[in-house]
Design a protein. Structure first.
Length: 350
């Protein structure tokens, strides 16, 4: 049985950052994830997608963010159970928990942090005839490697951030990018909408609204799509069709753990993001509360407060003094301390 202080369910960005925050408090972490590698959606679905709202990084690829978080946390030596899904949870008399995966691996911890992002998810697929025939044959629901689309004709359908961001990104890679949305208004960030409209004026993106892709054409792979705008139909040649209509999230087995659920998300107390079951926290996109924003940086904030409460639960009566890493440095498990530049300068001057 695997023993740890904090058992983290979900190895996406929020889960990985939890390892660092817990490590600063000398708390050991172990992570469970159904995916075969850490990173969650950032590594599995869009590793090459640029992210613009991570503090200190004007732009960073999702895959690089995962690498940085792993590098940041590795000094605290987290454990991983990958390729296995957290299936059941049992609360023991002492208040601790045993979480068992679908492959029978048991984990024991006094604190459980659910950082499962959107949970298990599937892409929302358009209702088009014979769509399965073209899946992975020119029709993709996720973009993992933008180089696949270099010098190709690409049709993207959707009106959210992913559709806008990928249209902008591929404008400099594909030979032709066409963005189709069923409304004139988009749901994405205003600056992304403005950028798409600018690229349309520069003839770097074809923008067709309000319109929908209503049919797929090709022998063994996508060769063209039918675009319907009002009563008019247009046959558009393309090498790739990418419908980006978001994900259909499912909590999976976690939804049966007795937690308070609202609209497929776990309700939490914003004081420390604890659930209705003491000792179980939910952080990141998997939780919900008034004013919730599903942003990675919000998950980082929630992880930080959660770790503070976890420390107090694990060390009752012990006073926790907040220390800034710029002053105290980072203490390793081996007892050594990495001095901050400020501390080194002070030592030299004395």
């Amino acid at each position: 049985m695997i023993q740890t202080d904090i058992l983290i369910i979900g190895a996406g960005p929020t889960g990985l950052f939890t390892v660092f925050e817990a490590g600063l408090l000398k708390l050991k972490c172990h992570l469970i994830d159904a995916l075969p590698q850490p990173g969650g959606q950032c590594s599995e679905i869009y590793p090459k997608k640029p992210i613009y709202d991570i503090p200190g990084f004007p732009e960073i690829l999702a895959g690089d963010l995962t690498k940085n978080l792993l590098e940041q946390s590795k000094q605290f030596e987290p454990g991983f159970t990958l390729g296995e899904r957290a299936e059941t949870i049992e609360k023991l008399e002492d208040g601790s928990f045993i979480v068992t995966t679908n492959k029978g691996t048991k984990h024991h911890a006094p604190i459980v942090a659910i950082a499962g992002g959107l949970g298990s998810f599937e892409p929302r697929k358009p209702k088009l005839y014979d769509i399965e025939k073209f899946e992975d044959n020119g029709l993709e629901y996720f973009i993992k490697d933008p180089e696949v689309y270099r010098n190709k004709k690409v049709v993207i359908s959707g009106g959210g951030d992913s559709a806008l961001d990928w249209s902008i990104f591929l404008a400099d890679i594909a030979s032709e990018v066409t963005l189709i949305h069923r409304r004139n208004e988009f749901r994405g960030a205003l600056d992304s909408v403005e950028k798409v409209r600018e690229l349309k004026i520069l003839n770097k993106i074809n923008l067709i609204t309000p319109a929908e892709v209503t049919a797929l054409h090709g022998y063994k792979k996508i060769e063209a799509v039918t675009v319907t705008k009002g009563e008019e139909e247009q046959l558009l040649e393309t090498d790739h069709f990418i419908p980006l209509f978001g994900l259909s999230p499912k909590l999976g087995p976690i939804g049966n753990w007795g937690l308070d659920i609202e609209k497929n998300a776990i309700k939490v107390d914003t004081f420390d993001y604890q659930t209705n079951i003491p000792g179980i926290f939910a952080i990141g996109d998997v939780n919900t509360y008034p004013g919730k924003l599903k942003l990675i940086l919000c998950g980082f904030h929630e992880a930080t407060l959660m770790c503070q409460s976890a420390y107090k639960i694990l060390n009752p009566g012990k006073k926790l003094v907040l220390k800034y890493t710029t002053v105290s440095g980072i203490d390793g498990f081996d007892g050594t301390r990495k001095e901050s530049p400020k501390a080194v300068v002070q030592a030299i001057n004395t």
